[in-house]
Design a protein around this ligand. Structure first.
Ligand code: ARG
Ligand code: ZN
Length: 877
């Protein structure tokens, strides 16, 4: 059952109001849903009402409080159809269903986690609670009554504002909530249980006081302080930068330990994976802190981009996700270092989205069809979606972008809209035609821009010849040229920047070249000497750039570009060239050569005290093995890639020893741990230096010392990672792993790290270790975080361990997928995407991978989630 974008049509019935009453019980929860509908004007007067359902048991069905005769309705697997409904008058349907939250292992709909009732409804989970028009364009006002045992569920929460509650005298109590903002069912939430709370308040710009509450397991309250701080900063930032105020009396966040995704933006009641709420110095890394800040902000920002203005249908998912990721990126950039944040975004985009775009799972930012919508919560929809929003801001400029956003909020508040509606706001605000630009939403695949420059000494002109190609992707063989905003700089020999004076060719505004045709040139005049072009400054477009550029030219950019992102980009490109070559040399058993200019460039930047430590640390962090594999693109041998990379690392470690020694000292942070970006940057540079030193030593002592002297989780986990990855069999490593496990045995989020670190140990022996770890008493196959930390990390983040030449890694994964799928299809499908680049492996491994995928495909009773992924991965086989 494939759903197509072009088949969209509005419902025949308009839903006015929803009244829900839950009588909670772990095994037998009763849900009564009273739904008031009327037939849409102009709709077929005899059309039946068709409601969605999924694994429901219905115990009652009334029309205006009268039982509906069996002849007038049909219950199928996933629909309830009711006929003979009033032609014009409003009517009330009452549906009663009975659910077992404790046996809901899919974690969609109403489920139990650590004795707490909780819900996840996006995208299609509400239909697992009651029969309902479960689609995002059906907006209604909800009242929710919750009845539960007072002792085990003293806390009863739902969306909106609290109306009141009372003791029922029989050991139970109830609470009522009313959400005045019309919303789609995917934003419904209910939480009930016994939780601790951290409270604060926020005064909005217009002077309304909002109560803020973060609910966590008892005893974990102190670990929610950073999340609360991030929330208040996010609320303030959204007022200042986007002019958006919060709109209810209360904003709540609940942290739960069993959750399929990161978090969920339910109106007024966000539910979070506790990994993205809980932090303290002893247990959270700097990366954890940064993720918490970003995700707290992301979910909060959805209140306007997602909730007040929502999606017409799930094809428009990027309307809320791409835009909201863009907003959280901008927030983090303002809270931290803009350039370091940008580098991190681009690293993430390239390592996660580019491979998706280049493989069998490639799809447009706005897909035109899907079988299982859960499989489209992807880095393409989220991260490329954010980049597309960023390009609109680049093309229009800050002021017109702001004008377009204001128009969007103004025009579409309270509506369920489309990408076309969104784009129209920017067109109307700016007077620009964005129709060609909109291809970014329709065409999958990462565009490649090839560039070559020629300098005319006599005329003092520099001509850039640009060519764009968008590779074919599943279902899209031919592509049209896109509008690519390419920020460039022309650097002169002395490192200064030439003024960009366009003489002819493609449009240029400021430093942005607007590439709109397949082939285009642009001529710049008044250039006094041969310039070195710096392309895609700030990563203005999510593309690959191909340009023949010497290491000398790249080194010039790395030293002098005013755009610091471009400096990092130049060094990264230099490193990547060298690493690709090294992989080839390793594979051919030839000696591996390390580019002197690369080493010089890296060490110069790393040792430059005028640059912020976090940036210098980014420079030192070489492209990963996966980055190298992606750059090579085909016939990949992960072992050769790793051998080549290790040789380069050793060469840098040897040449840079004194620099690294100095950095390890200079960057030490005396005093108590502080999670701010500057301190985090220093730690990061110090740990980068330490990593090279340990690499150079070839012995575990230094890493073991670092492990024993660490006073925070960032340093501790880095030291443990170095020990495990470099010296997996050393006594020091075994001791450190045991000490770590013992110390944190009752902290699930830290134990996740313990599993994950071991899953990344390179080499074929790790498979046995992973299997052994699966029978560790601390392993828990029903907790998604735990499964991801061991099985997910092994498959996604261990190129040589997972891609064993004998294919055992793939066969192991296939068995795990088949074991996870029956209980949690979303989790299984997500982990399976780790094989998305299987076709770019060398032949033997690719054969094994194909075999494992076929084994999955051949299994009986696969979920829609897994069969959709596996079939797309095997397409054309
Ligand atoms: N809307 C959530 C977020 O990005 C993600 C929820 C995804 N849920 C799912 N079942 N696919 O903030
Ligand atoms: Zn989101």
């Amino acid at each position: 059952q494939i759903v197509h974008l072009e088949d969209y049509r509005p419902t025949d019935f308009v839903l006015e109001r929803v009244d829900l009453t839950f009588e909670l019980d772990p095994k037998e929860t009763k849900v009564e849903a009273r739904l008031i509908f009327h037939r849409r004007e102009g709709a077929n007067p005899s059309a039946p009402l068709v409601l969605d359902g999924d694994e429901l048991t219905m115990t009652g069905l009334l029309l205006d409080q009268e039982e509906i005769p069996a002849a007038l309705y049909d219950v199928l697997d996933d629909t309830l159809t009711i006929r003979g409904l009033p032609e014009t008058a409003p009517f009330e349907i009452t549906v009663t269903t009975v659910l077992s939250p404790e046996s809901n292992t899919k974690l969609m709909g109403l489920y139990r986690t650590s004795n707490v009732y909780c819900t996840q409804c996006e995208a299609e989970g509400f239909r697992r609670i009651t029969y309902f028009p479960d689609r995002p364009d059906v907006l209604a006002v909800y009242t929710v009554n919750i009845i539960a045992d007072k002792a085990t569920a003293p806390l009863l929460l739902s969306n909106g504002n609290y109306l009141g509650g009372a003791d029922l005298g029989d050991g139970r109590h109830f609470a009522s909530w009313f959400d005045p903002h019309p919303k789609p069912s995917y934003l419904f939430a209910l939480v009930a249980g016994d939780l601790g709370v951290v409270e604060d308040k926020f005064m909005t710009a217009s002077g309304r006081e909002v109560a803020l509450k973060i609910y966590v397991e008892h005893g974990k309250e102190p670990r929610a302080a950073y999340a609360m701080d991030a929330l208040k900063r996010a609320m303030k930032w959204d007022e200042e930068v986007f002019g958006r105020e919060y709109d209810l009396d209360i904003f709540m966040i609940v942290a739960v330990s069993d959750f399929n995704m990161g978090a969920m933006e339910n109106k007024g009641l966000n539910v979070f994976n506790d990994k993205y709420v809980l932090a303290d110095p002893e247990t959270a890394t700097d990366t954890d802190y940064a993720n918490i800040e970003a995700i707290i902000a992301h979910e909060y920002f959805h209140n306007w981009t997602g909730n007040r203005i929502t999606c017409r249908d799930w094809f428009q998912l990027c309307l809320k996700e791409g835009l909201t990721v863009y907003r959280d990126h901008e927030f983090s950039a303002d809270m931290r270092s803009r350039v370091v944040k940008r580098i991190a975004e681009v690293r993430h985009l390239k390592s996660e989205q580019f491979p998706e775009d280049a493989g069998p799972l490639a799809h447009p930012v706005r897909p035109a069809q899907y079988r299982e919508i859960n499989n489209f919560y992807t880095t393409t929809v989220y991260e490329k979606g954010s980049e597309v929003t960023r390009m609109i801001a680049t093309i229009l400029g800050r002021d017109l972008f702001k004008k377009g956003m204001d128009l969007y909020f103004d025009r579409h508040d309270g509506q369920a809209v489309t990408i076309e509606d969104f784009i129209a706001c920017f067109e109307d605000a700016s007077g620009r035609d964005l129709s060609q630009f909109s291809l970014w939403y329709e065409q999958a695949g990462t565009p490649l821009v090839s560039a070559s420059g020629s300098y005319d000494t006599a005329a003092q002109t520099f001509t850039l010849a640009l060519e764009q190609t968008v590779p074919p992707t599943p279902g899209q063989s031919a592509k049209r040229p896109m509008h690519i905003p390419l920020r460039v700089g022309l650097l002169l020999e002395d490192g200064s920047e030439a003024t960009l004076k366009r003489a002819s060719g493609a449009d240029v505004t400021g430093d942005v070249i607007h590439l709109t045709e397949r082939r285009q040139t642009v001529v710049f005049s008044g250039i006094p000497s041969r310039p070195v072009p710096s392309f895609n400054r700030g990563f203005s477009a999510p593309i690959n750039v191909h340009i023949e550029q010497s290491a000398e030219d790249r080194a010039l950019i790395a030293r002098h570009e005013v755009d610091l992102f471009a400096r990092w980009q130049a060094l990264n490109a230099m490193a990547l060239d060298n690493l690709v070559e090294a992989a080839g040399e390793a594979r051919g058993a030839r000696p591996i050569t390390c580019d002197e200019l690369l080493v010089e460039g890296l060490l110069a930047a790393a040792g430059d005290d005028r640059l912020e430590p976090a940036f210098r640390s980014q420079v030192l962090s070489l492209p990963s093995e996966a980055d190298i594999a992606r750059e090579i693109g085909h016939d990949n041998d992960p072992d050769a890639i790793q051998a080549g990379r290790q040789a380069i690392l050793s060469a840098i470690a040897a040449s840079g020893r004194s620099t690294f020694e100095r950095l390890a000292d200079d960057m030490a942070l005396p005093g108590p741990f502080r999670p701010d970006a500057t301190s985090a940057g220093q730690r990061s540079l110090r740990n980068a230096a330490l990593s090279y030193l340990v690499y150079g030593d070839g012995r575990p002592e230094r890493a073991a010392d670092a492990f024993h002297s660490a006073n925070n989780m960032t340093d501790l986990s880095l030291a443990l990672t170095l020990l495990a990855q470099r010296f997996p069999d050393a006594e020091e490593t075994a001791e450190a792993l045991a000490a770590f496990k013992k110390r944190f045995a009752d902290n699930a989020l830290v134990i996740d790290k313990w599993f994950a670190i071991q899953a990344t140990i390179p080499g074929p022996a790790t498979l046995e270790r992973v299997k052994t770890l699966m029978s560790d008493p601390l392993f828990n196959a029903s907790n998604p975080n735990r499964v991801r930390s061991l099985v997910g990390t092994y498959a996604f983040s261990n190129p040589t361990g997972f891609n064993r030449a004998d294919g055992e890694g793939y066969r192991f994964l296939a068995r795990q997928i088949l074991a996870i799928d029956p209980r949690n299809p979303q989790l299984a499908a997500r982990i399976l995407t780790s094989m998305r680049s299987w076709r770019s492996l060398e032949q033997t491994r690719a054969e094994h991978a194909r075999g494992a995928l076929k084994e999955i495909a051949a299994a009986s009773s696969l979920s829609a989630d897994v069969s959709d992924i596996v079939e797309r991965m095997l397409q054309d086989e």
